[in-house]
Design a binder for this molecule. Structure first.
Ligand SMILES: C[S@@+](CC[C@H](N)C(=O)[O-])C[C@H]1O[C@@H](n2cnc3c(N)ncnc32)[C@H](O)[C@@H]1O
Length: 243
């Protein structure tokens, strides 16, 4: 299987990580709350982008991170930012679904990678590749578009991005117009049960959804009321490979 190239630019995307408050208060907070202490872990960062999570994992004590991303400009930027992380982070340019491992990782992290498969078959291929990197009992922690949020139109402009979708048909585009980016991020809608089946068929024994979490420093801030009303736009997932 071969994947599709993305159409947004690495430098523009990387700048958005320092922009809208949801990046730190929700995305970063949720992902690292779920990871816990990564000290001593060997990690795969699937769809690593410029390596922002790979570096933070090493900063928090992970032993080694292998970052994989299909986009040349993201991998180039990740390698440019690797000073001081040599030998601790390695990067490969590949499509995640084609990039199989040798079962030597404790943890795989996927920040926004599982919004790219367009159907069950592709989702299984992504999940099989993720599973191939993990030791028995190894965990996958993902964070991406929330498939429980289904609507027609656009939402969330007050949070620094506009999420545009047209209902819950599988394979439909879910478009994120992120402030500061010229081109949108184009994701694809899959039903929650499609993800659950893909993980199961790929050899994961447990799978659960985790509602996006708000950093305690922001608790009570009314700015977040709409974000967390009903289904938030983003969600996390946790899966464990069979032991
Ligand atoms: C929204 S960015 C997130 C980057 C990074 N994980 C982060 O949170 O900053 C999604 C990344 O996934 C990469 N990507 C998309 N589809 C991919 C695929 N099939 N295989 C590998 N990388 C992919 C893109 O190139 C991009 O860097």
């Amino acid at each position: 299987m071969t994947g599709r190239d993305i159409t947004y630019k690495a430098d523009e995307y990387a700048r958005t990580k320092r922009g809208a408050p949801f990046r730190d208060a929700v995305e970063f907070h949720t992902i690292f709350s779920m990871i816990g202490n990564p000290a001593g872990l060997r990690v795969l960062d699937a769809g690593c982008g410029d390596g922002i999570y790979a570096r933070e994992l090493i900063n928090r004590g992970a032993t080694h991170v292998l970052g994989v991303d299909c986009a040349e400009d993201f991998i180039k930027m990740a390698r440019e930012k690797n000073k001081g992380y040599e030998g601790k982070i390695d990067y490969s340019r590949a499509f995640v679904q084609d990039f199989h491992g040798i079962g030597n990782r404790d943890l795989a992290v996927g920040s926004y990678i599982l919004s790219y498969p367009r159907n069950l078959e592709e989702a299984i291929a992504f999940c099989q590749a993720l599973a191939s990197h993990l030791k028995p009992g190894g965990r996958f922690i993902g964070f991406n578009n929330n498939p429980f949020e289904v609507f027609d139109g656009e939402r969330h402009a007050q949070y620094g991005f506009r999420k545009v979708m047209t209902g819950g048909e599988e394979g439909r585009e879910v478009i994120y117009w992120v402030g500061g980016m010229t081109n949108p991020i184009v994701n694809f809608y899959l039903r929650p049960e499609t993800y659950e089946r893909a993980f199961r068929e790929a050899g994961f024994s447990t799978f659960s959804w985790q509602r996006a979490m708000l950093a305690p420093s922001e608790a009570g801030n009314p700015y977040w009321n709409d974000f967390f009303k009903g289904e938030p736009p983003l969600i996390a997932m946790l899966a464990e490979k069979k032991s």
